[in-house]
Design a binder for this molecule. Structure first.
Ligand code: GLN
Length: 184
């Protein structure tokens, strides 16, 4: 299996390190021609969703990536990656919009947006969760299902082969969520 990691900006190197620990092949997507390489899964890292959205658009990658996801390519979006995948984003600009969720950006306020907790993740158990200027999901509909909540706020969801977390599993020692994604 080969995983492609969008590497325009943000925490792509940390995702690569997780995949190294799981002995899974991976490469970075930086420009449109990288999409011609074969890959079985795609990771959209954390970072700044407005910057990533603009770079996706300017590089001509927005539409081809959206099409791959709609065609069934398994995708994992963390934090800014979640925002890119959300169909509706409060205060968001251009994004992929393939998942039936509404994301609220910087939803905990500027100071409270960064914190650590441990919570139940459906199908896995208790997992460590690191939040950095995090969004949360304020609504899911259609085929999207809630996988985790913190203080009554949705922080992980899945719709078919699309997985999103508002937190950063790539910044913890736990490989469980990456393994879950690889098993999807
Ligand atoms: N606040 C960022 C955004 O709106 C997301 C933060 C992150 O990915 N850690 O894109």
């Amino acid at each position: 299996m080969t995983v492609a990691i969008l590497a325009l900006q943000g925490s792509f190197a940390e995702h690569a390190a997780m995949l190294d620990k799981l002995c899974v092949e991976h490469f970075e997507i930086r420009q449109k021609k990288d999409l011609d390489r074969h890959f079985d899964r795609l990771i959209l890292p954390g970072g700044e969703s407005t910057v990533m959205g603009k770079l996706l658009l300017d590089s001509g990658m927005m539409e081809p990536i959206r099409q791959k996801i709609l065609d069934g390519m398994p995708v994992f979006g963390t934090c800014a990656g979640l925002i890119l995948l959300a169909e509706q984003v409060e205060d968001g600009e251009c994004h992929l919009g393939t998942m039936q969720i509404r994301a609220k950006r910087n939803a905990y306020g500027r100071q409270l947006g960064s914190f650590y907790t441990e919570e139940e993740f459906q199908g896995i158990g208790t997992v460590p969760m690191t939040f950095i200027r995090a969004p949360y999901i304020d609504e899911v509909w259609g085929d999207a299902k809630v996988l985790a909540e913190v203080d009554g706020k949705i922080v992980a969801a899945r719709q078919g082969k699309q997985l999103v977390t508002a937190f950063h599993p790539e910044l913890t020692d736990s490989l469980q969520i990456h393994q879950y994604f690889l098993d999807m």
